[in-house]
Design a protein around this ligand. Structure first.
Ligand SMILES: *Cc1c(COP(=O)(O)O)cnc(C)c1O
Length: 376
């Protein structure tokens, strides 16, 4: 009997030249958090994003958000407004800084930060405490958030925006690259993301001066002296030259990866849009999503679970949508401004297998199982 292989939600997909860059690092002994691959990877990302930003590659997306908060001088006693519907890594660095997250719910179109709630929260915090120090908005599952509206509010109150673009490399908003829509952007190259270095991230900033500061802080904040001297607390957050080699290879296939993920979305939509019980995350005007993960929203918790269980029985991984931060036990004492949108998505939504390496047979097998679900 043929044994079927497990289908994952989103697994690494090498392009072919990654090993060449890694071998170069070995051959030249650049086995350090600096070297030609680090510079090369940064240049590749910079030109992909449109050459209007500086890029510093770091050890993870989480480290990148942490450094972004540090660059914005977020400290103990400060509040940071953060999209509630996200992965915990968007919010955790706020706690590392001794500051407090205030969670903002989503709007129904993009499933990302609701501009109306954002403004309500800003006014509330100014009135009752003080002006929030920063806003963290997220392009969830690759779908751009409503950046025009969010940026207008941020500008009105003069609050900087950190753009969590960990899931959105390759997405655009009115033809501008996600990651470059705000004051500071971040990327992730974790194993499940659209391209990977096995682990890694990047900070996207506006000036060389800020980049130099980010690199200084990420390499232990050493002052200019022959001995080790420090006048600031530093971090060990720089990306290794070995891993940056994987990144250089992956950048060569990024466009193909976006196309493959968008094709997955098209496949799911074609077969499932006839069901009234199933909704998709839609691209509104000006939005182009890399479709990192194809997500559906069903009309009930039990239907979502029925689909998930049917897939699981055939060794196919799927997962409920992110559990909002305002419902996480660890953040139960933090303030939140909610409207029920993200909670509803969490209860009824499902992430479908979306890797760029899914074969037509894999997709057919997934669909056969979804369609087996009773009373879809
Ligand atoms: C993956 C991810 C991060 C964190 O990136 P790491 O590289 O895993 O640290 C942050 N935010 C979002 C939305 C993510 O999906």
């Amino acid at each position: 009997m043929l044994t079927k292989t497990k289908i994952y939600l989103s697994s690494p997909h090498m392009g072919g030249t990654e090993q060449k860059f890694v071998n170069e690092a070995f051959e030249t002994n650049w086995i350090a958090p600096l070297g030609p691959n680090v510079d090369g990877f940064e240049n590749d990302i910079k030109s992909f994003l449109g050459n209007n930003r500086e890029v510093a590659v770091l050890s993870s997306g989480t480290a990148s958000i942490h450094l972004a908060l540090e660059l914005l001088d977020v400290k103990r006693g400060d509040e940071v407004l953060c999209q509630s519907f996200t992965f915990s890594a968007s919010a955790n660095p706020i706690i590392y800084q001794g500051a407090s997250p205030v969670f903002i719910d989503s709007e129904k179109d993009s499933w990302n930060m609701c501009p109306e709630l954002l403004e309500i929260a800003i006014q509330d915090r100014i009135q009752k405490y003080k002006k929030p120090k920063a806003i963290i908005a997220v392009h969830l599952y690759g779908m751009p958030y409503k950046a025009k509206e969010i940026n207008a509010i941020a500008k009105k109150y003069d609050i900087p925006v950190i753009e969590d673009s960990a899931e959105a490399l390759g997405s655009t908003y009115y033809n501008e690259a996600c990651g470059t829509l705000s004051d500071i952007g971040i990327l992730s190259f974790n194993g499940n993301k659209i391209i990977t270095t096995s682990g890694g991230g990047a900070l996207i900033i506006k000036s060389l001066k800020l980049k130099d500061k980010a690199v200084f802080l990420s390499t232990q904040a050493r002052d200019n002296a022959p001995h080790y001297q420090h006048s600031t607390i530093g971090f060990n957050y720089r990306m290794s030259n070995v891993l940056a080699g994987i990144g250089r290879g992956q950048m060569e296939v990024l466009e193909d990866r976006v196309q493959a993920r968008r094709d997955n979305f098209k496949f799911y939509k074609k077969h499932l849009e006839k069901f009234e019980s199933i909704e998709f995350q839609n691209e509104a005007e000006g939005m182009f999503s890399n479709r990192w993960i194809t997500c559906i929203k069903t009309d009930s918790f039990s239907k979502r679970e029925a689909i998930r269980q049917t897939l699981l029985k055939d060794d196919i991984e799927s997962r409920p949508l992110w559990k909002p931060m305002h419902l996480q036990p660890v953040f139960k004492d933090n303030l939140h401004f909610t409207n029920g949108v993200s909670e509803d998505l969490f209860n009824k939504g499902l992430c479908l297998p979306s890797g760029s390496n899914l074969s037509p047979d894999d997709l057919a097998r997934i669909m056969e199982n979804i369609l087996k679900t009773p009373k879809l």
